[in-house]
Design a protein around this ligand. Sequence first.
Ligand code: DQA
Length: 153
Amino acid sequence: MGKKRLFLINGPNLNMLGKREPDTYGHETLADVTKVVKDTAWEHGYEVEAFQSNHEGDLVDKVQMAEGEAAGIVINPAAYTHTSIALRDAVSAINPPVVEIHISNVHNRDSFRHTSMLAPVCAGQVVGFGIDGYRLATLGVIQKIEREGRNDS
Ligand code: DQA
């Protein structure tokens, strides 16, 4: 039997991690983030499919694809966190649990970053621990999957 799969989904501008506002987001790259998630998942018997896009509709398509293809999702929707009803509806439309993660502490930044359209329909949220937050989010989504028995992907 193959390994259970997680989707790691990163939104706009996260392809520029490492170069982008390093005081806020650190010096690690998206490749480092992917490695953190893959290593964490692997320890618990999961494989990871990583996806990044700067386009809202492509992110919606990927969330929808999780139904039947992934046991859970770790997502950093980046700026779409604060604006995207479409992404929220996609999360609501699928069964696999979704954990939202932000590298920075969005709550001590601009007020428009304090609201997440997605958080109310996610299993949980990790905020402000830098890229280590991706490890916590991965552990969180795995725990949610294992507790709910949704490990059929
Ligand atoms: C972010 C926080 C968002 O407000 C911002 O638009 C990002 C990154 C984070 O990981 O801290 O692009 O999601």
